[in-house]
Design a protein around this ligand. Structure first.
Ligand SMILES: Nc1ncnc2c1ncn2[C@@H]1O[C@H](COP(=O)(O)OP(=O)(O)O)[C@@H](O)[C@H]1O
Ligand SMILES: C[C@@](O)(CCOP(=O)(O)O)CC(=O)O
Ligand SMILES: [Mg+2]
Length: 346
């Protein structure tokens, strides 16, 4: 028996959500709230005892899911990916996985968890086949609120699964946190992106990338640039507590872009300029109090402009507008963060 624990952070997007799906630059930073995964891989049972099961426990939700290895094998068949080569889940496989998830009778009030459970089954069976084992998940992050719980779920899950796979050699006897090498992180990121695809439909990859590598990043079309703030940057984040679903919001923006291609292309280009300018300002060294104030004013103005364009994309919400009006009374400009439609503002 071998056991590991992994954790990965959520994020805020300072500029460029949605537009980043359409090729614009975006800026994001990891936050101090994580998803935590523990994974125990059990040795094979003697043949007379059957072949065991794959279990997923979502502790915060009080839910446990279990599939016998033989059932998984009957439904999903023998073809496996190689854990060192991430592959996308085919439409056929996603249907079979969805049927396996449906058998678990997720309570109607928590049906939004189905995509996360499907994502789990895909990643687990792609990396470990039908070997028996148990995964336990807890999260500091509110789910479905724009702080990237889906990506941090994928990254921490993949980190734990890969740590006990042939693709990596992690010494499981050590009790200290183990840091993956750059190549290993890249592999984690690529698998996590495949997981995000199951949850989001068409992710840009920014959330899994910032969750994998941490810190602050500038991101465009899969290209990552690490950035460092020239002065401390403090953000207030507010939860509207209005639930929403990233997949539907991302699809809504794409539909608007296909109805108004030229207008929306201009909106995405404007966001690209805003993100690049924001990134440059964030990185510029601040010399004194006056330049710090000027810098903060520019950052606020750019975030306010980005919010206007997010409204144009159709992803704001009455609750978000209320937060913006309220923070403005205290001279704080803000914008939605993540997919919008509710969720958090920063
Ligand atoms: N800890 C978790 N356990 C199971 N599923 C999760 C977990 N965290 C996220 N998910 C999945 O991700 C979905 C939320 O992702 P999303 O709509 O992208 O919002 P966000 O990423 O901003 O939290 C949930 O509905 C669920 O399917
Ligand atoms: C809207 C988007 O830009 C960010 C979504 O973030 P979240 O899932 O709402 O935390 C989508 C993406 O980039 O994949
Ligand atoms: Mg998400």
């Amino acid at each position: 028996m071998a056991e590991v624990r992994a954790r990965a952070p959520g994020k805020i997007i300072l500029s460029g959500e949605h537009a980043v799906v359409h090729g614009s630059t975006a800026v994001a930073a990891a936050i101090d709230l994580c998803t935590h995964v523990s994974f125990r891989l059990d040795p094979p049972l003697p043949p007379e005892n059957g072949d065991g099961s794959v279990e997923l426990e979502l502790t915060d939700m009080g839910l446990v899911f279990s599939w016998s290895s033989s059932r998984l094998k009957v439904v999903l068949g023998d073809g496996f990916a190689d854990s060192s080569t991430p592959v996308s889940c085919s439409p056929g496989r996603i249907k079979l996985i969805a049927a396996l998830v449906e058998e678990q009778n997720i309570p109607e009030a928590k049906i939004w968890l189905s995509s996360g459970v499907s994502c789990f089954l895909y990643l687990y069976t792609s990396i470990h086949g039908y070997k028996r084992g148990k995964v336990v998940v807890t999260s500091d992050l509110p789910l479905g609120s724009g702080l990237g719980s889906s990506a941090s779920f994928c990254v921490s899950l993949v980190g734990a699964l890969l740590a006990l796979s042939d693709a990596m050699s992690v010494d499981t006897s050590q009790t200290e946190w183990f840091k993956f090498s750059k190549n290993e992180l890249e592999l984690v990121n690529r698998w996590a992106f495949e997981g995000e695809k199951i949850i989001h439909g068409k992710p840009s990859g920014i959330d899994n990338t910032v969750s994998t590598f941490g810190g602050m990043i500038q991101f465009r079309l899969g290209e990552l640039t690490h950035i460092k703030s020239g002065a401390p940057l403090r953000m207030l984040i507010t939860n509207t507590k209005v639930g929403r679903n990233t997949k539907a919001l991302v699809a809504g923006v794409s539909e608007r872009a296909s109805r108004h291609p030229d207008a929306m292309a201009s909106v995405f280009t404007a966001v690209d300029f805003i993100s690049k300018e924001l990134s440059a300002i964030i990185q510029a060294p601040a010399q004194d109090d006056i330049s710090i104030t000027a810098r903060e004013e520019k950052i606020e103005e750019l975030m306010e402009m980005n919010q206007g364009l997010l409204q144009c994309m159709g992803v704001s919400h009455a609750a978000i507008e209320t937060v913006l009006r309220t923070t403005l009374k205290y001279k704080l400009a803000s914008k939605l963060t993540g997919a919008g439609g509710g969720g958090f503002c920063s």
